[in-house]
Design a protein around this ligand. Structure first.
Ligand code: UDP
Ligand code: UDP
Length: 453
């Protein structure tokens, strides 16, 4: 089904959640600028409002991109408890995986014929057999770091990871067991473990693995992938500026680099007790702050009023130096705002690469999944401080306000992080800019589609 022409046609198939959708969206202008024709296959309906709004913005801004919907049968998953998760996003991954048979007719009907499909990593095991049957090259977009990719690709072959203090992966630095997502060390099968095992193994049969990273921060890991398929570092993918009506009036009134931005990404809710302690800590830190509060994993369910979460008295104190919201704020605009000086982050890979892109130093508070592995990477390059004693999201220990305040003061008082963030920002933009390592990798990839037999 592959074709030789100067305008290859590539289909993109993202999965659920903003962390998985956003990197696919960022790839689009880069490919269209190389005269690549794009079809985006969007699983429908989306789980969160933010996904559906981002897709609307995308198709409005890029009318030349074709949209095809993959209609999901809902409600799903009343069988097979082992593949059912408490996390609605994992459940949605599973629904999309089970709907992948709908892809075969869809892919074969696209015109002109496709040169390749780029799929989310969570779909590797179900989609690769389909693209193989069509003799269509299949690239996997891995939406986390190269270091995390090493775990993903090797997990199925590790012998009993929970029996060891460090996970040894040949060619890579050992990973402490305490950084491994707990569901992967669980005795019973669970959604994350099944997905790691099946997709990590099957990904080896893909035509290539795209990663939103770059050589100067993950050179060691990138060099260590020495067998097929090729791992292609194309990041950090720059954010797209869509037309928006977002008001950041409060930020506009703050002095340059004076505000700590606090966000735990698109799908991590912290406990109500921790929300109160965080409010207390931010107030006690004496810093200005802009805080996006999330009370539920899925934005559609997030209905409680802010004041009911934080309490009236604390809310009054918060308002003295801070701005707290519960709605979606476009993070890329926040991070690029001159008033923002630091970022307290849950260490989602997109958030970290965005902060690097904008030169914003970070206080790292990983919550789940890949986030400890990501935090370590950022700490090593000197752009952030990891509050290691604060634990993961599911730990029952609530970090107290006084401790948060002390750590915020320590981190924001350290000028080294800011200087280093400026250097790392410069390297990131060089990697992505003309002649940079990621720029060259992306060019080579597009050329390979143009020259394919
Ligand atoms: N994001 C945003 N506004 C918010 C929360 C998140 O724009 O209020 C964006 C953020 O910029 C990033 C993505 O949503 O691009 C979240 O991805 P990440 O990998 O950081 O974390 P996840 O949400 O997947 O845990
Ligand atoms: N989790 C989360 N945000 C993430 C990833 C995971 O809140 O970005 C939570 C998830 O809700 C669950 C835990 O982390 O409580 C482990 O998730 P997973 O679905 O992998 O495991 P399971 O719930 O099946 O044990």
């Amino acid at each position: 089904m592959s074709t030789s022409n100067l305008n290859p046609h590539i289909a993109l198939l993202p999965s659920a959640g903003m962390g998985h959708l956003t990197p696919f969206i960022r790839l689009i202008p880069l490919l269209t600028s190389h005269n690549v024709k794009i079809t985006v296959i969007t699983p429908h309906p989306t789980l969160s409002i933010s996904e559906s709004e981002s897709l609307s913005e995308l198709f409005t801004s890029f009318p030349q991109v074709t949209r095809k919907q993959l209609h999901l049968p809902l409600p799903p998953l009343d069988d097979e408890p082992s593949s059912k998760s408490q996390d609605p996003f994992y459940n949605r991954f599973e629904v999309i995986r089970r709907s992948s048979h709908l892809l075969l007719p869809l892919l074969s009907s696209l015109s002109p014929p496709l040169s390749a499909l780029i799929t989310d990593m969570s779909l590797a095991s179900t989609v690769i057999p389909i693209t193989n049957s069509l003799q269509l090259p299949n690239y996997i977009f891995f939406t986390s770091s190269a270091k995390m990719l090493s775990l993903f690709l090797s997990f199925h072959a590790l012998d009993d990871p929970k029996a060891k203090d460090f996970i040894e992966i040949s060619g890579f630095e050992p990973i402490p067991k305490s950084w491994i997502p707990p569901p992967l060390l669980d005795d019973a099968n669970n959604a994350m473990k099944i997905y790691f095992t099946e997709c990590g193994k099957k990904m080896k049969e893909s035509s290539g693995i795209l990663v939103n990273t770059y050589e100067s921060i993950e050179g060691e890991s990138l060099k260590a992938f020495n067998s097929l398929p090729p791992v292609i570092a194309i990041g950090p993918l720059p954010p797209i500026k869509f037309e928006r009506n977002q008001s950041l009036a409060w930020l506009d009134d703050q002095p340059a680099e004076s505000v700590l931005y606090v966000s735990f990404g698109s799908r991590t809710a912290i406990s109500r007790e921790q929300i109160k302690a965080l409010a207390d800590g931010l107030v006690k830190s004496g810093k200005r702050f802009l805080w996006v509060v999330k009370d539920k994993k899925v934005d559609r369910d997030d209905e409680t009023e802010l004041v009911d979460l934080i309490g009236e008295e604390l809310m009054e104190r918060v308002k003295e130096k801070g701005m707290v919201v519960k709605n979606w704020l476009n993070q890329e605009e926040v991070l690029s705002h001159p008033a923002v000086g630091w970022f307290l982050s849950h260490c989602g890979w997109n958030s970290l690469t965005e902060a690097i892109w904008h030169g914003v130093p970070m206080l790292l508070w990983p919550q789940h999944g890949d986030q400890k592995i990501n935090a370590d990477l950022v700490e090593r390059i000197g752009v952030g401080m990891w509050a290691k004693s604060w634990g993961w999201g599911d730990s029952v220990v609530v970090v107290k306000g006084d401790e948060i305040a002390d750590t915020v003061r320590e981190m924001t008082g350290n000028e080294f992080f800011r200087l280093r963030a400026a250097q790392v920002q410069d390297d990131a933009r060089k990697a992505f800019g003309e002649g940079g390592s990621s720029y060259d990798r992306l060019n080579d990839l597009v050329d390979s589609w143009k020259c394919s037999p």
